[in-house]
Design a protein around this ligand. Structure first.
Ligand code: NDP
Length: 328
């Protein structure tokens, strides 16, 4: 700790994707004077997408980074303070009305009456140099976001879980052909999802198959596949490659502080955004492994701000009652 008297914030928002900004807009309008720390990737996952065509209200579509700049401006218009910084450690109070602490960039501690966590999740990639080079040039981790750009074209998808199965069938509706690469001799997806894949005619399902190289200089032109049992290689022509091998929620700093499931997603109570700690709320992909859309993240950001506002109102009225009892 380097600062002596930490700054006290009414509503601290960690993370700057659609969930964080929507929480900020609502919290600022409710006079909670939110302070947001953006994290390492200001704007979140949407800044890595090109065109966003499925967010309501943009009939012509909008590119991800522009949308995030607009969300930031909207949040700032009502008084949100957006700060570039990474929350690197937290200490949450277990008491109702307790003060939570967060350390920014490993040096400055701030105190907060409420905390909204919207740190998101990061899509996993294979890690091949050719894949990394062609990200944004035909390699995508979101079929629902980018599938439409490959209408009537040939694409491939990697993964054997529910996401890959769901996205393969989604792509099969739009694209001419979908080659699906599953690295084992079975899929991890539920039986129902597997059935959807195997009964879709234009999905070419390849077990024991991995990506050796994504082909193409500026854009994806093909895929070199390898059968991991026989070592046999095969090149196919594709224009899009979708990676659906899972996401990693950004919850490292909350380990030991907040309840999470066995894959690290934060657990919220019922339909609310409440975590197991009073005054700490979670919104967006950090608590949602199922829908993971900008619009659903924004929806839970709104919920988190409303939950935080109600929590503060309850704490304040309890404190008032105590003061009245003492003075009576
Ligand atoms: P999962 O972790 O369930 O599956 C990941 C898949 O990717 C596995 O088939 C895994 O293979 C494969 N994989 C991992 N790394 C590599 C690699 N380097 N190369 C090739 N393949 C790789 O992730 P999902 O995103 O599919 O699902 C996450 C959670 O969300 C699950 O609990 C799922 O049930 C849930 N979900 C539910 C949905 C629904 O109910 N509608 C929709 C979407 C998700 P392997 O099996 O060999 O490890």
């Amino acid at each position: 700790m380097t600062n002596t008297k930490p700054e006290r914030i009414k509503c601290l928002i960690i993370g700057s994707g659609p969930a964080g900004y929507t929480a900020a807009i609502y919290a600022a309008r409710a006079d909670m004077k939110p302070v947001m720390y953006t994290g390492m990737e200001p704007g979140g996952q949407l800044t890595t997408t090109t065109e966003v065509d499925n967010f309501p209200g943009y009939p012509e579509g909008i590119d991800g980074p522009t949308m995030m700049v607009q969300l930031q401006k909207q949040a700032e218009r009502f008084g949100t303070e957006v700060r570039i910084g990474m929350v690197t450690e937290v200490e949450f109070s277990k008491e109702v009305g307790g003060i939570h602490k967060a350390c920014v960039d490993n040096k400055t501690w701030v105190e907060a009456e409420t905390v909204i966590i919207s740190t998101g999740a990061t899509a996993k990639y294979l890690g091949l140099p050719s894949e990394q080079r062609l990200r944004g040039g035909g390699v995508s981790a979101c079929a629902v976001c980018d599938g439409f750009f490959y209408k009537n074209q040939k694409v491939a998808i990697v993964g054997g879980g529910d996401t890959a199965a769901e996205e393969a069938t989604y792509l099969a509706n739009i694209c001419e052909k979908v080659t699906m690469l599953v690295r084992k001799d079975e899929m991890r997806a539920s039986k129902a999802m597997q059935h959807r894949v195997t009964s879709t005619k234009n999905i070419d399902l390849r077990y024991n198959t991995e990506v050796e190289e994504v082909l193409g200089e500026q854009v994806v032109e093909g895929l070199r596949m390898v059968n991991n049992e026989t070592g046999e290689k095969e090149d196919i022509e594709i224009t899009g490659l979708f990676i659906a091998i899972g996401h990693k929620p950004n919850t490292e700093i909350f380990k030991g502080e907040l309840d999470m499931d066995d894959t690290g997603y934060l657990i919220t109570k019922g339909k609310s955004t409440k975590t197991n700690i009073p005054g700490v709320f979670a919104s967006g992909d950090v608590q949602d492994k199922e829908y993971r859309q900008a619009v659903t993240a924004a929806g839970t950001g709104c919920m988190a701000a409303l939950d935080a506002e109600r929590y503060l109102a309850t704490v304040e009225s309890e404190e008032e009652e105590k003061t009245e009892e003492v003075s009576a």
